[in-house]
Design a protein around this ligand. Sequence first.
Ligand code: GLA
Length: 391
Amino acid sequence: MTLNEISNRLSQEFQAAYGRPPAWIAAAPGRVNVIGEHTDYNDGFVFPMAIERYTVMAAAPAVPNSTVVRLRDVKGTHTATIDLAQPLKPAAKGSWHNYPMGVIAGFLGRGIRPPGFDAMLDSTVPMGGGLSSSAALEVATATLLELITGKTLDPVEKALLCQKAEHDYAGMPCGIMDQFISVMGKKDHILLLDCRSRETQLVPMSDPSVALLVTNTNVKHELTGGEYAQRRAQCEEAARILGLPSLRSATADVVERAKSKMSDVVYRRARHVVSEIERTQHAAEGVRASNWPTVGQLMYASHSSLRDDYEVSCPELDAVVEIAQGLGLRGGVYGCRMTGGGFGGCTVALVDSGKLQAVSDHIAAAYEQRTGIKPTIFESRPAAGASVLKR
Ligand code: GLA
């Protein structure tokens, strides 16, 4: 479904549910990270792109002087009511409305107070698939609140506000990548983000000879919350042992020389981060030069490092990467890796456009045969970041 199609359907459903048309509609995309995994919270580089999958939110003012926000999804399965006259606090862990509520709290914290409103959302970003459905929801909410209040935030501040919503309301100590790309994505570009300086560079990615293929393994191992925080802590420990502010300031040599001062696990975590930061910079150069075989090799190396040193892969992700690698360049695959936090979710593959369908069919059949699970596979060009569809 195109963004306009989702938005039109949402408008109709909004009218049916609330008895009037929406006054505002805003959208934000999910993302796929091409390379640079578990580097954002180490002040490193990441290289994500927004995908053509969106969370769209529509809203209309409530009755005059109301302070109540009513939220629901398009199907009416999830509903929530928030009274802005009361102090906001996170709902039970796992409650979907913690994301929009955390963003509303961020606006209130800046003294930007929306009036009561009725809102409805729809999304084509698969939930919990590692494609940043939560960042899409946060950034869509923030964009909607900008419309409602007439106050536009600076893009960096907006991304940070959304990240804080995720920390404080969803209890996930995420880095900055997902919210940045959902705010700042640009059509036909991959975003090289330096998470230390927060400088961004848009790298053009419009070569029609290659495509990015996303395979959702359709598994989610329920480890992510605790495992993610543990990885962060291990990286902080490594930096402390090295006497550095973060692993960004380390080099492979520095880590190697300090090996005896670290536990084996902490050493391997540091080795992943330092090598991944380097790979990410090289991959961005490779994309600039349309050097697809090099970019592909870096993707495979990234996957191995995430699997062996960082230990955030799982058998299903490894299966997709092995199947893709088995096809090789002749079969139309330059490279493939897990993407996002790990323990399930998606892989991303760089594929020869002319062989896209054949690659996709082969991965689908071989993966199902190996795991008994049907994957979901789709191609996406780099999409635009958050946008306004009606004001
Ligand atoms: C999750 C987090 C991001 C990032 C990735 C791993 O998606 O939200 O901030 O740390 O994991 O690269």
